[in-house]
Design a protein around this ligand. Sequence first.
Ligand code: OGA
Ligand code: MN
Length: 298
Amino acid sequence: MPIVINPITETFAAEVGGLDLRRPLEPGELQVIEDAFKRFSVLVFVEQELSDQQQVDFSLNFGPLETAMGNIRTDTKQRLRPDLADVSNLDENNELLKPDDRRRMFNLGNQLWHTDSSFKRTPAKASLLYAKAVPPIGGCTEFADLRAAYDALPEEMKRRIEGLVAEHSIFTSRAKTGYANFSQEEREQLPPVPQVVVRTHPGSKRKTLYLASHAGHILGMDAEAGRQLLADLIAHATQRQFVYTHRWRVGDLVMWDDRCTMHRGRPFDDLKYRRSVQRSTVADVAPTVEQEGIRLVA
Ligand code: OGA
Ligand code: MN
C-alpha cells in the first residue's frame, strides 16, 4: 500500500493515507513521513484504529516521549497511562466530567492559543492527538502556521524581535482562563522558563515565531510593553490566512510540529457530548535558548 500524502493547504496541513499504524513502519515509510513533516506542520493520519501501546510505539519513531503532567495534582486518578495526556472530557470511570471538576477547568486552558509544553525548559517537538470519540458539533482544533506568520512580518518587526526571550509559565495561561487555584507546592514544581521568540525550524531551516499563551513577558523589557508585544504577535500569527481548522473524525491521528505552530481547542457542549482524545508528546532535543545559542545573563 503506497503512502498517500494529500495536501490540505499548500505548505501547512496534509492528510496521510495508505498507512496502517498498528504495525511497525518500514524505514522507507518513516522517511516519507519525516520528509512530509518538514514541509507540513500538521499531518492527519486517517482511519487509524490504535491501542494505547500502538499510539505510543508510532510516536516513539520521532523521539522520546514526555510524561504527561495530568493536572499537576496527585489527588485525582488518571484515566490514561503516564505517557498519554488525557485531553478528553472524561473521568477515570469514562463518565463526563462534572461542571465543577478541577480537570475540566484546567483543560479550558487548551482553548487558548499555545504550543505544547513551552512552560517546560525543554518543550515539545511534536504532539500526536488521537480521536476515539468526537462531538457531532464543535470541538474542532485550530492550528496556526508560525513559519508563514514570521515570513509575513514587516522587516522592522523581524529586526525588533530577533534574539528576544520570553518567560513562559503554565500558570500564566491558566490565570488567563480565570483559574489560579494552585498550591505553592504545585507552583514550585513548574517554575517559569525562558523561550526564544524567534527560532529556526530544524527540519526546513525556515525561521519561525515561537509563541504561546504561556508566555507572560519578555526578559529585559518593560513588563507591560513585553506583554503587549506578545499579544500583538499572537494576534498577527492567528489571522485567518495562517490557520487550518481540523474537524475531527473518529480514528484521526493528528501529528503537529510544536516548534513552528500554535493550536487551540474550540468549545463544544462538554456536559452533553463525549470527546475522547489522547495525546502522546515527543520531547524536543534541548531548551530553545540553547538551540538558538543564546546566553542568558542573570
Ligand atoms: C492538546 C490540545 C486541543 C484540543 O492536545 O495539546 O491543546 O482541541 N488540544 O483538544
Ligand atoms: Mn495543546
